[in-house]
Design a protein around this ligand. Structure first.
Ligand code: ADE
Length: 248
């Protein structure tokens, strides 16, 4: 079972996402344990202050080093042999993607640190953190939504979480976007399901889906195609499709 500890000054922000649906399933199946830890429990003084003004002046506040060091050290000690990989959520981190999710899903223990304001005292980065992750090039008010994103993406990769085969299908298509999906009815408001999907010919269906994936990725995310392995026939198909035409 994987254990993820999350340090935050707003544990309430994350109770919702982890109590519902997908993640609850992971927790109920005992694939994953998530623990929210209030950083203020490790802050000293009457006001349990976790932040302070930056040296050198400027606007905003900075997370103090002491509560974070004490919290992480206490959690590591409590965890015993199994040292957690300590990850700071920050817009300065490496940009999160499926490869990083896969990499993290192989860990036994993760400790995610959410901060706010202008960031953290640099000594936290220098001496406490193993890894820094950003979920994209935009600034959130705090790392909590980023932690929820990382935990969600990692949880669904844990062995036993998804139906057998669905991950295999995903890795087969590699970095391509998914083909279009349809369900009943066959015609809805004048829009028909592509006939091949009703044909029962599984070979033809697989070929159509692969080509739709290629076409979609080519048109929407050409950057992803560079990483994909394509046959000569598939490359020709895309060149020809460039002349125009529908998705199907
Ligand atoms: N904290 C604030 N913005 C963030 C981002 N984009 N990714 C991760 N953590 C953050």
């Amino acid at each position: 079972m994987m254990k993820i500890e999350i340090l935050t000054i707003f544990p309430g922000l994350l109770e919702g996402p982890f109590g519902e649906s997908m993640l609850r399933r992971a927790v109920e199946r005992r694939l994953l344990e998530v623990e929210l830890i209030d950083l203020r429990n490790f802050a000293r003084g009457r006001h349990r202050q976790v932040d302070d003004a930056p040296y050198g002046g400027g606007s905003g506040m900075v997370f103090k080093p002491e509560p974070l060091f004490e919290a992480v050290e206490a959690l590591q000690e409590r965890g015993g042999e199994e040292r957690a990989r300590v990850i700071l959520l920050t817009p300065q981190g490496r940009t999160f993607n499926q490869d990083i999710a896969r990499e993290l899903s192989r860990e036994k223990r993760l400790l995610l640190i959410c901060t706010r304001y202008e960031g953290v005292d640099e000594r936290v980065r220098r001496a406490l953190v193993d890894d820094e992750i950003s979920i994209g090039d935009y600034i959130l008010t705090g790392g909590e939504p980023a932690a929820a994103v990382v935990v969600d993406a990692v949880a669904r990769l844990l062995p036993g979480f998804l139906e057998e085969g669905s991950l295999a299908e995903e890795s087969y298509s590699g970095s391509l976007l998914e083909y279009p999906h349809y369900t009943r009815p066959p015609v809805f408001r004048g829009m028909a399901v592509p006939p091949v999907l009703l044909s029962g010919d599984h070979g033809e269906i697989a070929r159509w889906r692969r080509r739709q994936s290629l076409l979609r990725t080519h048109r929407r995310r050409p950057d992803l195609l560079e990483k994909a392995t394509l046959s000569d026939e598939e490359r020709r198909f895309l060149e020809e499709a460039d002349g125009g035409g529908e998705d199907f």
